[in-house]
Design a protein around this ligand. Sequence first.
Ligand code: GLC
Length: 666
Amino acid sequence: MIKRVSYNPKIDTGAVVQQIEPTASLPYFTIEDGSFRYPMNDRTRVYGLGEQVRGINKRGWIYRSYCTDEPFHTEDKSSLYGAHNFILIDDGAVRFGAFFDYPTRITFDIGYTDPAMLTVTPETMELELYIIEGDTPTEIVRRFRSLIGRSYIPPLWAFGYGQSRWGYADRDDIRSVADSYRDAHIPMDMIYLDIDYLDNFKDFTVSPERFDRFPSFVSEMKERGLRLIPIIDAAVKREEGYRVYDEGHARGYFCKGRDGEDYIVGVWPGMSVLPDFLNDDAAAWFGSQYRTLTEMGIEGFWNDMNEPALFYSEQGLKEAFAALHTYEDTELNAFTCFRARETLNRLANSDDDYQSFYHRTPAGSIRHSEVHNLYGYRMTKSAADALKECRPGQRSLLFSRASYIGMHRYAGIWTGDNHSWWSHILLLLRQLPSMNMCGFLYTGCDLGGFNGNCTRDLQLRWMSLGVFTPLMRNHAAAGTRSQEAVAFGDTEAFRHIIELRYRLIPYLYSEYMKATLRDEMLFRPLVFDYPDDSRAVEIEDQLMLGSSLMIAPVYVQNADGRMVYLPEPMTMVRMHEDYISTEELSSGDHYIPVPLGDVVFFIRSGALMPLADAAMTTAEIDLDSIVLLGTGRAYELYADDGISPDISEKNITILRQHDAAPRPAF
Ligand code: GLC
């Protein structure tokens, strides 16, 4: 069922938790010129690759797993922040999954060069290849997920709504965000702290001017039911007298250049060093720094810039300035002008830099470029391991920008710096099932878009999808237009949507925990649930969500509704600002009007879903208020304290239609 073919990898990535004896023969693929090749027929569909550009069916493009700080998520790209090397091939007669456990650049040419050929090319032939067989895509994914281990379990409160923005400058800014939500009666559980809270962008510090008496501020917020979630960046400022730098430097815990000295790069704080997360002692040491903040009452973090993102290196900058000098007294023509400009542009995240520093791993010294895709994973694992120690018996919120399969056991991911573009609603929808296949269940994107200016209608539509994603966070870049739920004047529609999120949490939490326990996907392409439906195969703008729901968000500017395909009869639920209505729909195509502010979803026939009363925070959700919608008879509700790390099927209770609150839902 699972076969492992070993090509002598240099390093154990830690992606896999099951021991599989290696076999000698390679099924399905042939190897030619250092590439794995699989001929595709007209019907072949290829799923997987996690956080990537383009469709759910990945056929027709070339993708590269190479964790990249990529601020433009356009279709012409090949890499985003994650490296998720799992593909699922389904050509009707043959179905299998393939996981290329390989820590650096690997290319998946899925019919790009030759439309009938799938070609997977690692940089070197040093990898583990796992072939996962099964009768259905769902079964293949389940087996793959059991190979890589159980997904991260967030606390219940992490399913609440979070507000974030790069540019909340100080405590007063944060307070006024909290006040504005409270005044508008909009529920919220978290406010995120971006790099603005740091003292000169130094990790594990808090600005004494802008966030003085931080522990009491954390408690003040907690009393209001709000948790503060600070960012942690991978690079550490090089500054003598800064404890974290001094300690790491003295112990040799930073990545070294060819000369054996700390390799100096430029990130937010200016000249910085890179913790050697592939060294166990260095990783444990970095992880232990999170305690500085947990001791101040912090219960969750987001790890950033851990591809690692580099603005420049000290060496690269020197060379660039020298090159620019050569242009100084010349008249620039089009070519030399472009070249001169490129000299600076090429500095960021350059391959030269990734080839110039080293890790001290258990397998010896390894050049960064050979293990690039493990960096963010190991940073986040170091945090997760440490949080277990400093917050015993409690789950923490943790998510990261860069990732590799294996990291899904420790944390979630967010999809990085998207744009306030309508097309990015759809991109998220398509990424969700792909990320789930690879074990990443706690995911979401910057709602409203990170870069660029958001509009009221875009934010409302985006949030109408965001209510369903485990991570529901509104985040934006500094300098962009405000896009908080209170930023567009009229707040009623936003309040309605965010309240709906809280009403859905018993369902979302139950489905999340069951998916974790059973190695299932929370979001699935329709074809996974309806394999014999030839229409379902092509649908990439609707998803199945958990055991009971199908979602079909509106992602087109100025649209008043959309076509929705129902593979079976379903109950349509319309959540309007003032009422909920349900309607039984037959299978087939329907035009569904969805006025801005309404959220519409569909319950499968014979299924039920719980809906609670709205609450201002997750702590206030009242399970006794649950009503059951749909035509089914029973629902498996997962309920626990939301905090303790042990999860179990024992926490499932069966709700039956007649057990639910006897009052009508609407
Ligand atoms: C990166 C992150 C973004 C954050 C910014 C400043 O671009 O992806 O979320 O706001 O850095 O820290």
